[in-house]
Design a protein around this ligand. Structure first.
Ligand code: ZN
Length: 470
């Protein structure tokens, strides 16, 4: 029997507002522990929360970008639980009346498009950060003691919940890549997994392929890169299939994915939502964004990355479009092509050489880059590489680099080619035995010997004819 994974994601995004969700403490990363706190975010009795207007506008903006309906009336609730990272004893979060509902995201994939429903996107405040000291894993098990840094407590968070419409680890990664790029372009969060400003939990179950049942699901937490998410999902899918196939039953649990060993460790029996005793926050009025506000925010939306991947994919190909858009490289590519460069060459140079040289795309003059892309084959490779390193400099001109001619004089190149062939008799024999791929090796050696000054096309021709002739 073949099995189909059924995956839903829960994503937390820390908004980069200047201040926290319900007080005026600075929000942000990197300050000394417990220096960004006040009576509100420390939960002192009598302190009253005041919502952050920017955070409210941003969740609406994100909801619109995710194709959601914007609730005319959203309500903050208290989610009660006891833990040291939560000084009030409850977290303020939207519960039964969230700001954004019923969205959908079209994920462009190599094989076509895939629609992922968005159940909701809501605002809440982040908990403080527990730092477990001692022990090897940095987790609570085995730690000697735990410290709490309340700087993070009260930072605005958006929680996004998808429908279980995702059916492979690859799809999950593509969806997240697209979501992340959307968030970054909206300018509402840096959405960096390593810094914890983007956190993803996955709900995973499996079912016989072709059926539409929903079996018991488990939750995987603690994955801190897209690759870990992919590996965590794959490990959990394999584990569940094995259980069902051996006659057992999957139990509802929360697992941590251990990156080093690639295994999952059970955390705690999953709490039911009822355990949190949600009730409306009496200190806050409902969030009622006006129609004018929603329409203004809708008007501010840029062309979204998903649409651009589709559009550029049609002009180029899906794979390159994905790399350009998710790398924030597509507007430079469009300008470079508009300035006369070949689509594919421009995409390759931008996605490979430019990124490899660490050049910031926004600093590049597309017209000069276009000249380089087009003149690339006529100049020594070294000149091209040098030019790429400097293409982002103020006032950069491609002219001096393009003026350097590659050595294409065969009489100058022949002795070098002969020397390289003589020095590598084993490879010569393999090439003549049919290993055509070695051509690149010989050309590479000649380029190295001439310090990149040779015309690669001439060298390639020369090597080919010598090996055929001898
Ligand atoms: Zn505060």
């Amino acid at each position: 029997m073949s099995w189909e994974p059924v995956i839903g994601l829960e994503i937390h995004v820390q908004l980069k507002t200047r201040t926290k969700m319900f007080c005026r403490c600075p929000a942000g990363f990197g300050a000394a522990e417990n220096t960004q706190t006040c009576p509100v975010c420390l939960g002192f009795p009598g302190a009253l929360p005041v919502p952050n207007r920017t955070a409210i506008e941003w969740v609406v903006k994100l909801g619109l970008a995710l194709g959601c309906e914007i609730a005319p009336r959203a309500v903050f609730a208290r989610k009660n639980y006891f833990y040291p990272d939560l000084p009030k004893g409850y977290q303020i979060s939207q519960y039964d009346l969230p700001s954004c509902i019923n969205g959908k995201v079209i994920v462009p994939l190599q094989e076509g498009e895939h629609e992922v429903g968005i159940v909701r996107a809501h605002l809440e405040e982040d908990a403080a950060k527990n730092v477990h000291v001692g022990g090897s894993s940095g987790r609570i098990g085995g730690a000697d003691y735990t410290l709490v840094d309340y700087n993070r407590g009260g930072t605005p968070l958006v929680e996004i919940v998808t429908e279980p419409h995702i059916h492979s680890a690859e799809e999950a990664k593509s969806f997240l890549q697209l979501l992340r790029q959307t968030i970054v372009e909206l300018g509402i969060s840096d959405a960096e997994m390593e810094k914890g400003t983007l956190r993803v939990d996955a709900n995973v179950s499996v079912r016989p392929a072709g059926s539409d049942e929903l079996r018991t699901r488990t939750e995987i937490k603690n994955m801190n890169s897209f690759n870990h998410i992919g590996r965590g999902i794959e490990a959990e899918v394999a584990r569940q299939i094995e259980i069902w196939e051996s006659g057992g039953a999957v139990e509802q649990h929360t697992y941590d994915f251990d990156v080093a060993s690639g295994t999952l460790t059970a955390r705690r029996a999953k709490e039911e939502a009822d355990d949190y005793r949600y009730f409306p926050e009496p200190d806050l009025v409902p969030v009622e964004p006006s129609e004018e506000l929603v329409e203004r925010l809708r008007g501010e939306l840029p062309e979204l990355p998903g649409e651009r991947i589709r559009r550029i994919g049609e002009a180029l190909d899906h794979e390159r479009a994905l790399v350009l858009v998710t790398g924030g490289l597509d507007s430079l590519w469009e300008e470079t092509v508009a300035a006369g460069a070949d689509r594919v060459s421009a995409a390759n140079v931008i996605a490979n050489q430019l990124v490899g040289a660490g050049v910031e795309p926004a600093t590049v003059d597309a017209a000069e880059l276009a000249k380089l892309v087009e003149g690339r084959d006529r100049i020594p490779r070294k000149s091209f590489d040098d030019a790429i390193v400097h293409v982002g400099d103020t006032g950069f001109s491609a002219e001096p680099y393009l003026a350097q001619e590659a050595v294409s004089d065969t009489s100058a190149l022949e002795p070098v080619v002969d020397a390289i062939l003589a020095a590598n008799p084993a490879q010569v024999e393999q090439y003549r035995g049919g290993k055509d791929g070695l051509l690149g090796f010989f050309v590479g050696q000649v380029m190295k010997e001439t310090k990149g000054a040779a015309d690669a096309r001439v060298v390639s021709e020369l090597v080919r004819s010598k090996l055929a002739g001898g």
